[in-house]
Design a binder for this molecule. Structure first.
Ligand code: PLP
Length: 480
């Protein structure tokens, strides 16, 4: 299938305005403006006055110059972009849900509280954990919540002053060290072994009375299952530290094993990865955090509880870290996740896991021999290739894929693989999709360097100078 993206010479919406600029006056406390850096201050909010049809056409044109999971394959390793079923979208827009307010009396929103309660129970069951909060608004926000719980736990035991370190493997996602550092901990990185998994000797050497926690995802970002996980849990707990599960890759194990069984104390879920909700991307995502019983008291408040047939907001966690989002989290995402779970049931969820793993392994088989696959054991839900042996750059091949109507994989991550391409097909692709993916990627290997460097050519925007774009960011709201 050949691909050609729509292309418009689309102006900024401010340049589209048909009439004047509408100015919404701001109410700013005296003194506040002076505290803001120059260039970020304004006394009113200017909005373009544009007719409804101009707005609709403007955004429709922009959306056509974009790529989305509803348009084609999106096998973005680690980020997990899979098709979001439309029935779940539809349920989330039912008036009974969309027209309520978080400050309504509990007795008038029993149905919504029930959905939240049931989602809590489902996630606890699936992960074999004991208590949960639905409040965090993304995976990274879940991590940060987990880190605050770790802080509070050690503080409660009078050990926070001495437990200042969080250990993280070098294959970890960048949000892990960032969350640990934001929570006030020093990050200690340990190397992976030749199999791409945790080096037990390095872990033993790093663990001490200074360790607050070990943060890890399983399977890890190389798509490899950490088969020494129970030994790891034992070592971490013997050192008096907690074991944190970055549940971003839970879609590779759900229904087969669980973080609770592996010995984890805290886990965050990325609802968009495992339960097919839209990725936050700066918008409303969801990253619930579940804990074992000994950490229940530290969870954010409120959680949703049940007393007989009545659902209520429970503020009773005595040592809570407090609120970490306004109201109760992204209710809209919870509705989608609840719908996805109830639709599939336990067997369906497990089947999705098995298919996600099968699809990654099928693709690995089709590509091996042509690309270097640096870590050999059986892949789980995603595979990491290196283009080093092909003489081509991962970036160029990624652009080639986009030009052929397939979203690029994650490139240059994990950092421990040179010229990395990290591909996660997910369960929502067919065999025909996977065959097409392999065919396009292998064809890219035959393309000449000149052709590859000229990619993409069928998109609204050609190749940009990424370094310059990052350094000279020019976002303007050109209204004045
Ligand atoms: C392994 C891993 N951990 C954490 C995150 C952070 O999740 P989020 O993007 O929802 O903040 C991601 C995101 O893709 C991830 O792949």
């Amino acid at each position: 299938m050949s691909y050609k993206q729509a292309s418009y010479d689309e102006p900024f919406i401010g340049e589209l305005r048909s009439g004047t600029t509408y100015k919404i006056p701001g109410k700013v406390d005296p003194g506040v403006l002076e505290d803001l850096p120059e260039g970020t201050r304004r006394e009113y909010l200017p909005l373009p006055e544009v007719a409804e049809y101009d707005v609709v056409r403007h955004f429709t044109r922009l959306s056509q110059m974009n790529y989305s999971v509803d348009l084609g394959m999106y096998p973005l390793g680690s980020c997990t972009m899979k098709f979001n079923p439309k029935f779940a979208d539809r349920i989330s827009t039912f008036e009974g849900f969309s027209e309520i307010h978080p400050l309504q009396p509990e007795k008038s929103v029993q149905g919504s509280l029930r959905i939240m309660y049931e989602l809590q129970e489902y996630l606890k069951d699936l992960s074999d954990m004991d208590a949960i909060t639905l409040q965090p608004l993304a995976g990274a926000h879940g991590e940060y919540t987990g880190i605050l719980i770790i802080r509070k736990y050690h503080e409660d035991r009078g050990e926070l002053d001495s437990r200042t370190e969080i250990i993280i493997p070098d294959s970890a996602h960048g949000t892990n060290p960032a969350s640990a550092a934001m929570g006030g901990f020093d990050v200690v990185e340990i190397p992976s072994n030749e199999k791409g998994t945790v080096d037990l000797e390095a872990l033993k050497a790093a663990l001490s009375e200074k360790t607050a926690a070990f943060m890890i995802t399983n399977p890890n970002t190389l798509g490899i299952f950490e088969d020494q996980i129970t030994e790891i849990a034992k070592l971490v707990h013997e050192a008096g530290a907690l074991l944190y599960y970055d549940g971003a890759n839970f879609n590779a194990i759900m229904g087969v094993t669980s973080p609770g069984l592996m010995g984890f104390d805290i886990v965050h879920f990325n609802l968009h990865k495992t339960f097919a909700t839209p990725h936050g991307g700066g918008g409303p995502g969801s990253g619930p955090v579940a804990v074992k019983a000994h950490l229940k008291d530290f969870l954010p408040v409120p959680t949703v509880a049940k007393d007989g047939g009545r659902y209520f907001l429970d503020f009773s966690h005595p040592k809570s870290i407090g609120r970490i989002s306004s109201y109760y989290g992204s209710f809209n995402m919870m509705l989608r996740a609840w719908s996805y779970i109830t639709y599939h049931g336990a067997d369906g969820l497990k089947e999705n896991t098995v298919n996600a793993v099968l699809n990654a392994n099928y693709l690995a088989k089709k590509l091996e021999g042509k690309f270097k696959i640096p870590y050999k054991p059986l892949k789980k839900h995603e595979l990491v290739l290196s283009t080093e042996n092909t003489g081509k750059r991962a970036l160029d091949l990624a652009k080639y894929l986009i030009d052929n109507g397939i979203h690029a994989p994650t490139v240059y991550f994990p950092l421990i693989v040179h010229e990395a391409m990290m591909i996660e097909p997910t369960e929502t692709v067919s065999k025909a999709d996977l065959d097409q993916y392999a065919e396009v990627l292998l064809k890219g290997l035959e393309a000449g360097d000149g052709e590859l460097k000229g990619m993409p050519k069928n998109l609204a925007v050609g190749r940009i100078d990424e370094v310059r774009a990052a350094r000279e960011l020019k976002v303007r709201w050109n209204l004045e």
